[in-house]
Design a protein around this ligand. Structure first.
Ligand code: PMV
Length: 308
C-alpha cells in the first residue's frame, strides 16, 4: 500500500499578473489537503474512488482528458507501464473544488507521488512539479505553474513563470482568514478573459501588471523582514487592481468589505477570482471574530491559517 498527501494553497499576491511574467507570492495551507491511498486490487482494472467529486469508476470508462484519468494515462505512458496493474485508488480531498485553493494541482501531485512510489519508480519533487505542470496545461489553458509549484514543495514561494523556484522566509508568522464564497469559478475562464483585455490594449495592461509586480516585491520584503502588518494595505491595493482586471465578483467584494468592516489589516480575492475564495490579514486574536463576520456576510465556510 502507498499513501501520500498534498496541501492546499493560497496566493497572497500577484495572481493573473503572474501569467504575464510578474512575480507572485503563494503559500501552502496545510489545514486542507488531498490524501491518496493505493493498494493492489483483487479485481481487474484501476478503480478510482474520489467521493469529493462523486467519482467511483474504472479508469478505462473515463474520458482520456478527465482530470484524474489524465494523470494515470500520462504517467503510465512516461514510465512505459504495460499492462496496467490492478489497483484500488482512494482520493480523499478536503480542498473545495474550483475555488482558488489548488484542489486540482493537489490531486495531481498527491496521485503522482503515490503512484510513482507504488510502481517502484519514485519521482523527485522537481520531476513531480514538472509533470504536474504539464497536467495543469492540459486543463487550464495557459497556467503560470504557481499552483503545482507551491503544492509540490509545500513551502512559501516567490514565483516567476519559467524561472528557478525561489522559496522565501516568513520571519514572523502571521494569520490569514480565508473566506469561501461557495461559488465555484473555473480559473481557465477568468484567465481567458484577462487575456482578451490584454490583447485589446497591451500597453495599458502591461502597466497594471507592473503595478501588481511592484506590490508583490514590496510584500515579500515586508514578510521577510517581519513587518507583516505592512502587507495589509498592499493586499487592498492588489484587490483593487484585480477588480480592474474584472476578476472580482459581487460575492467576493461583499466578503472583502465585510472583512474590512470587521477591522482586518487588509483583504483581497485569492486565485482565479469571479468566485472561490478571498483572504484577510488579521491580528491573531481577532481571527475568530473576523471569521464569524465573514459567515454573517454570506461566506459558506472559513479557514483560519497561520503563515510561517
Ligand atoms: O488556481 P487558482 O484559481 O488559484 O488561480 C491560479 C492563479 C492565476 O494567476 C489566476 C492563474 C495562473 O495560472 O497563475
Amino acid at each position: 500500500m502507498k499513501k501520500s498527501s498534498a496541501p492546499g494553497k493560497i496566493i497572497l499576491f500577484g495572481e493573473h499578473a503572474v501569467v504575464y511574467g510578474r512575480p507572485a507570492l503563494a503559500v501552502p495551507v496545510t489545514q486542507i489537503h488531498v490524501d491518496v491511498e493505493i493498494t493492489d486490487s483483487a479485481r481487474k482494472g484501476i478503480w478510482i474512488h474520489a467521493p469529493a467529486i462523486n467519482l467511483h469508476a474504472e479508469l478505462n470508462t473515463l474520458p482520456s482528458d478527465h482530470a484524474v484519468a489524465s494523470v494515470f494515462n500520462n504517467l503510465f505512458f512516461l514510465l512505459r507501464v504495460s499492462p496496467f496493474p490492478n489497483l484500488e485508488v482512494n482520493i480523499n480531498s478536503t480542498i473545495p473544488v474550483a475555488s482558488g485553493l489548488g484542489s486540482g494541482a493537489a490531486v495531481t501531485v498527491a496521485l503522482l507521488r503515490a503512484l510513482s512510489s507504488f510502481l517502484l519508480r519514485p519521482m523527485s519533487d522537481d520531476e513531480i512539479n514538472a509533470f504536474a505542470y504539464d497536467i495543469e496545461k492540459i486543463h487550464h489553458g495557459t497556467p503560470s505553474g504557481i499552483d503545482n509549484t507551491v503544492i509540490t514543495y509545500a513551502k512559501p514561494v516567490y514565483f516567476i513563470k519559467n524561472q528557478l523556484i525561489e522559496t522565501f522566509t516568513v520571519s514572523v508568522p502571521f494569520t490569514i482568514v480565508i473566506g469561501n464564497t461557495g461559488m465555484p469559478a473555473p480559473t481557465k475562464e477568468s484567465v481567458g478573459d484577462v487575456r482578451t483585455l490584454w490583447e485589446a490594449d497591451k500597453a495599458k495592461w502591461e502597466g497594471v501588471f507592473d503595478e501588481v509586480g511592484e506590490l508583490v516585491k514590496e510584500a515579500r520584503r515586508n514578510v521577510e523582514s517581519g513587518k507583516w502588518m505592512e502587507i495589509g494595505g498592499l493586499m487592498n491595493q492588489n484587490h483593487d487592481l484585480l477588480k480592474e482586471m474584472t476578476v472580482s465578483s459581487a460575492e467576493l467584494d461583499i466578503l472583502v468589505s465585510a472583512a474590512r468592516k470587521a477591522g482586518v489589516l487588509g483583504a483581497k480575492l485569492s486565485g482565479g477570482g469571479r468566485g472561490g475564495n478571498m483572504i484577510a490579514l488579521v491580528e491573531s486574536e481577532s481571527a475568530e471574530s473576523v471569521s464569524e463576520a465573514l459567515i454573517r456576510a454570506g461566506a459558506k465556510s472559513t479557514i483560519i491559517t497561520t503563515i510561517k
